[in-house]
Design a protein around this ligand. Structure first.
Ligand SMILES: [Mg+2]
Length: 208
């Protein structure tokens, strides 16, 4: 079984608002909850960092201090005993790799930045946005059942395409899309839902 998990809001806090608070740049604190168009949101974030001439290194110095939620590392290691763990996120590798190492070094599928010669952000490559469903479908067509967990609307395609969706402290709009899906308010509950999914898969009693 493969456990495909969102990162920010599930295993660790959101990184951009932390950057926004640190650099006193409110534009960085906007999230997909404020602005539905992710590409526009990212353009605004990149422009904001450029207006201050912040380099990727300066941003990373703060982003790399972000710690996982308490218990998240243990949660993942328990899941790892039941199957493979992959983190599929709209975050950026340049920000989140150290965080993923702190979580136990599981596979991260995320986006990348583009830089100019001065080391400031000049753009971004969205490899994940819109592709979560494809990743999950790939696993499934290779014969791996997938359980997924996310908290927000940007996880919709991940959760819709998997076999066992779990909602983690979901925003209302996401909750409305999955009537009857298991909801977890902490990682203990999330683990119980994932274990139940693994058991159902083992017993051949997957709910359609
Ligand atoms: Mg999230």
């Amino acid at each position: 079984m493969i456990f495909a998990l969102d990162l920010e809001g599930v295993l660790a806090p959101e990184i951009w608002p932390i950057l926004g608070a640190h650099f006193e740049l409110p534009e960085l604190s906007l999230t997909t909850r404020d602005l539905g168009d992710f590409s526009e949101l990212m353009h605004r974030r990149v422009d904001a960092t450029r207006s201050r001439r912040l380099t990727l290194k300066e941003l990373q110095a703060v982003a790399h201090q972000v710690e996982p939620y308490l218990g998240a590392r243990d949660f993942l290691s328990r899941l790892r005993a039941l199957g493979q763990v992959v983190i599929i996120s709209d975050t950026f590798h340049e920000f989140s790799e150290p965080l993923v190492q702190k979580l136990g070094g599981h596979s991260l599928f995320a986006n990348r930045f583009e830089l100019d010669g001065a080391g400031t952000l000049s753009g971004f490559k969205l490899r994940i946005r819109g592709q979560k469903e494809r990743i999950v479908s790939g696993f499934k067509s290779a014969g791996f059942p997938v359980a997924a967990m996310g908290d927000s609307l940007n996880d919709l395609s991940l959760l819709k395409s998997c076999d066992y969706p779990v909602l983690f402290r979901p925003v209302d709009a996401l909750l409305g899309q999955f009537p009857g899906a298991p909801v977890a308010v902490n990682l203990d509950e999330a683990l119980a839902h994932m274990q139940a999914a693994a058991r159902r898969e083992e017993n051949g009693t997957r709910a359609e």
